[in-house]
Design a protein around this ligand. Structure first.
Ligand SMILES: [Zn+2]
Length: 212
């Protein structure tokens, strides 16, 4: 990745064996054909969960018959956004979100200590995530999108799926697996484009931020 024109790449690089959400299939990117081994061209074979690295969850992830990733509305994945700092791990409370004065239709990206966790080879269960009450507030106020800088917007406990349910039922787009370590707090432009996986519940995405 090479930043340019003010845009900062906030995607996580996909590599074989990278940290994944526990239980998900691993990322494997292998040379199916290799010019250094006599092939006419180098061709890679990719095998991975749709939830590896930077990705977007669609309602189908938790709702049978829900909208799939290929029907993600463009306004939810590109436009003006706001980077909000969270300076602790563990659950993020409703009051913390309320304090930032969120407004309907906003795209919010939570910059937490999680961004440092990408340096660890092993999964870290103690990441910052939305509490159930914070998720309910995000849905109630009508956020368009909420993004976070680790593998789940919900906790690695029994509240994790409830947080997803609340957000997806409330039509809040969920972006997970960002690396926000290099972006400043405040207003920005945001682009996050999921691969066009037909009928899938999620897709890997490339995400960029341009501070305003
Ligand atoms: Zn996901």
């Amino acid at each position: 990745m090479i930043d340019g024109n003010g845009w900062i790449d906030v995607s996580v690089a996909l590599t074989t064996g990278m940290v994944c959400y526990p239980g998900d299939p691993p990322v494997e990117i292998v040379r199916f054909a290799d010019i250094s081994k006599g092939a006419g061209a180098t061709v890679s074979h990719i095998s991975m969960s749709a939830h590896a690295g930077t990705h977007i969850d669609a309602p189908l992830h938790f709702f049978h018959g829900g909208r799939s990733i290929d029907f993600t509305p463009l306004p939810s994945i590109m436009g003006r956004a706001r980077i909000i700092p969270i300076n602790h791990t563990g659950p993020i409370s409703r009051d913390e979100l309320v304090a930032w004065g969120l407004t309907p239709g906003e795209i919010i990206l939570l910059k937490t200590p999680n961004s440092k966790l990408w340096r660890n080879d092993a999964f870290s269960a103690g990441y910052a995530h939305l509490s159930v009450a914070a998720a309910a507030y995000a849905a109630e106020i009508g956020l368009t999108t909420i993004g976070i800088d680790y593998l789940s917007i919900g906790g690695f406990d029994d509240t994790g799926s409830e947080v997803h349910h609340i957000l997806l039922e409330g039509s809040v787009c969920i972006v997970e697996g960002l690396d926000l370590s290099r972006v400043p707090i405040g207003a920005c432009e945001f682009i996050c484009l999921p691969l066009m996986l037909k009928g899938a519940e999620a897709a890997p995405a490339r995400a960029l931020v341009r501070p305003l």
